[in-house]
Design a protein around this ligand. Structure first.
Ligand SMILES: [Zn+2]
Ligand SMILES: [Zn+2]
Length: 356
């Protein structure tokens, strides 16, 4: 397929139902009368993309351009907006309604009518993206700090939810943290915990521990042997367990394990979702009761999440170059999905303008 734009066409990756993601040429979208048209300069492949491609998009949506970790350059803007032609922008996918019970309380990530770029609106696996006014006002779009590479700005979306989660549980100086999961999100939790002043950062994982080694983790634990994980976590924490255990692996068993590795009055965070068809988990309720544990869910982030993440990257607290170990042209999206799925790559970026 030709990669040049001709006759107003653009290249994009369109989801057509479970297991079907096709590279297509579609017309370049018009700039919405109240919004923006942007050239997509980088779009990350998210763990949720990899999952959803096989299990379905939210609300059963099909025939949609997916991808939601987006950095782009504004090529056209309706008059009077806060962005103009030439601006570099980072986009987060969540769009809230601003009117429901949760939005009225400011909990916009929990909006009852939550919609997403890459599902309800066309996403970033494309050379261009149209951003309607309601996405500008009810979604999260931020200017990219000067000099930040496109891929780093696109990575901010992944970091945003992690930083928000740690802020919410009040992770602090001297805390001893155990991250369950050695994917990019687990590594982000480790890096962010370190930046917040954790005195001990431990990680239990399976296939990607070698990749995770460079993230300032004090103790890397192979979770094929849960008995040894438990012994080493207890040894490292004077026999009490971690102050916070963050489950960033889509596995219910890991959540069950987490309550046994947390100190009394500690917090267990259920960060990653588990497969939609097997969401049940069985936590030892006596441990939760007698040890006064807090079990906390964490999902997405408020309006400040994306700007916090861009600032953390600009300040060097989060280093996207440690995560992004594969950049592919759009036409190779399936290679990227495969690399992300099998753990060969920590973070895959698509460059819609790269030549094959
Ligand atoms: Zn994502
Ligand atoms: Zn709402």
């Amino acid at each position: 397929m030709s990669l040049s734009i001709h006759n107003g066409g653009m290249l994009c990756a369109v989801y057509h139902g479970p297991g079907r993601l096709d590279i297509e040429e579609r017309p370049i979208p018009e700039c919405p009368p109240d919004g923006l048209l942007a050239k997509v300069m980088a779009c990350g492949i998210c763990g949720s993309d990899v999952r959803n491609i096989f299990t379905g998009l939210k609300d059963g949506i099909t025939d949609q351009i997916i991808g939601h970790e987006i950095a782009g350059s504004v090529v056209e803007a309706a008059p009077g907006l806060r962005f103009k032609k030439g601006d570099a922008i980072a986009l987060a996918p969540d769009i809230n309604c601003g009117e429901c019970y949760y939005c009225k309380r400011g909990w916009v990530n929990l909006c009852s009518r939550h919609r997403m770029l890459g599902a309800h609106f066309p996403g970033g696996f494309a050379q261009y993206i149209a951003i309607p006014g309601e996405v500008l006002t009810r979604g999260f779009i931020e200017p990219i700090p000067p000099g930040m590479p496109w891929e780093h700005a696109a990575f901010a979306e992944t970091a945003a939810a992690v930083l928000t989660c740690q802020k919410r549980i009040g992770l602090n100086l001297g805390d001893r943290v155990l991250v369950m999961g050695d994917g990019p999100v687990g590594c982000l939790h480790a890096e962010a915990a370190r930046a917040r002043g954790a005195s001990l950062v431990m990680m239990a994982g399976l296939d990607r521990l070698a990749l995770a080694a460079s993230f300032g983790v004090d103790l890397l634990l192979d979770n094929r042997d849960p008995g040894t994980v438990r012994r080493r976590v207890m040894d490292a924490t004077g026999g009490v367990g971690a102050d916070a255990v963050i489950c960033a692996a889509p596995i219910a068993r890991v959540q069950e394990q987490a309550v046994e590795l947390t100190r009394k009055r500690g917090v267990v965070v259920l960060y990653g979702g588990v497969p939609k068809d097997a969401p049940m988990t069985s936590l030892n309720s006596n441990i939760i009761h007698y040890n006064e544990l807090s079990i906390v869910g964490a999902f997405s982030y408020p309006a400040t999440g994306l700007s916090d993440a861009l600032e953390a990257i600009a300040a060097g607290h989060i280093k996207p170059e440690r995560y992004i170990n594969m950049t592919l042209p759009l036409a190779k999206v399936w290679d990227g999905i495969e690399a992300a799925r099998t753990g060969k790559a920590l973070k895959v970026m698509l460059d819609p303008w790269a030549k094959e």
